[in-house]
Design a protein around this ligand. Structure first.
Ligand code: GLA
Length: 379
């Protein structure tokens, strides 16, 4: 069976997207000629490597992406009165991103989310990863894709200004098998979306799960939490976890639980029922796979709406439970518990240990593809 066959129903859409992107990879015009695209120096890493910041805009929404971690640094969108604000948590300068922070805006990989005990066996070989989230491995290990410099190629895509970021992860990096060539393309589309398309190929079988770790607060740069944001998830099932956030392997209905977001519900409405330490939502929802948005967030105060569409079988809805005030972000705002929420489109966590989950192993000769779109509007 083909890898990533789980998105089978959505394959024609993915294929169309892929054909479209092939059609537009023709040598692009010089950066200055591409409408809505510009580049600036974002500073240097401690090793003296230069980091660039690309700005993609369509006249209404503006997205900035850094080559460090292929990180979405800001997403500026209007509210219902046309007031523009930045709805992504993060920092005003590179320094913040170089320091300790919980993956604000970053591209996470080689395997997003957790691998139990940081160990797995593939094709008879045993592999050990860094236990960077004891007792498990999280988001690619100590120096995941969020901490490397990506090469950038700006271009005019059919649907808007785009930047493709590429990275080659050597065999053995962070303990993973196979040389993996990864590409992530960010496009600001004419219909006010940030589209993120991933592809990857390998020369040896490897687990893979790429995602974006943007934290959204549709209120903008504010002191208010996301608990009043209304969330809809087109997901009638989820993957229950143990107390180290590793799936038990069960796929359970959300009906009758505080994880039922099949109708618009404030994030905070039942969050006190999500007990434990640190409590809150940090779960993989199994998407029903219906056409259209799989997740919708609405901020009643500003009217801003975020709709997420994806080719992935799951989404980690994370309510920012580990935000503890230790990061002071944009405009001097201290990021406390529930200050932002993440919708990490993904294959299910720890898939490598669960044969009943959609396959998340990439083999030589295959191409990994995932497309996730975050569309913004206001009402
Ligand atoms: C993901 C995980 C969370 C947490 C954050 C980063 O969303 O599921 O448990 O690790 O990343 O803090």
């Amino acid at each position: 069976m083909n890898a990533f066959a789980s998105g089978a129903g959505r394959a024609p859409v993915a294929l169309l997207g892929c054909l479209l992107s092939l059609a537009i990879v023709a040598p692009g015009p010089a950066l200055g000629d591409v409408k809505g695209l510009s580049k600036m120096d974002f500073g240097k890493t401690k090793d003296g490597e230069t980091v660039d910041l690309y700005t993609l805009q369509n006249g209404r929404i503006t997205v900035k992406v850094a080559t460090y971690g292929a990180t979405v640094v800001s997403i500026e969108v209007p509210d219902r009165d046309g007031k523009v604000d930045d709805v992504a948590l993060g920092f005003d300068s590179l320094e913040g991103y170089l320091g300790e922070h919980p993956y604000f805006g970053a591209t996470v990989g080689r395997v997003a989310n957790r691998i139990a005990k940081g160990k797995f066996t593939l094709d008879g070989e045993e592999y050990s990863l860094a236990i960077n989230n004891p007792p498990n491995s999280l988001h690619g290990g100590r120096k995941g894709f969020n901490r490397v410099i990506w090469k950038a190629r700006p271009f005019q895509a059919a649907d808007g200004p785009a930047v493709e970021m590429t990275y080659t992860s050597p065999h053995g990096e962070e303990g993973y098998p196979g040389k993996l060539d990864v590409s992530v393309t960010f496009t600001v589309t004419a219909d006010d979306a940030l589209k993120i398309e991933y592809t990857a190929t390998t020369d040896k079988a490897t687990p893979i799960n790429l995602s974006n770790h943007s934290y959204f607060n549709l209120g903008g740069r504010t002191d208010a939490s996301i608990l009043d944001h209304e969330l809809t998830l087109v997901a009638s099932r989820y993957t229950p976890v143990d107390d180290t956030l590793i799936p038990t392997g069960e796929i359970a209905p959300v009906a009758g639980t505080p994880l039922d977001f099949t109708r618009p519900t404030a994030v905070g409405a039942r969050i006190d029922k999500m007990t434990g330490d640190p409590g809150g939502y940090d779960h993989n929802f199994v998407l029903d796979g219906r056409p259209g948005a799989s997740a919708t967030v609405h901020d009643p105060k500003t009217g801003r709406v975020l709709e997420m569409t994806t080719t992935e079988p799951g989404v980690q809805f994370y309510s920012g439970n580990f935000l503890d005030g230790s990061n002071v972000g944009k405009a001097g705002v201290t990021y406390k518990k529930h200050h932002g929420l993440c919708l990490e489109a993904q294959h299910f966590p720890d898939s490598i240990h669960h044969p009943n989950f959609p396959n998340a192993v990439l083999r030589p000769g295959e191409t990994y593809r995932q497309t996730t779109v975050y569309k913004f509007s206001a009402r």
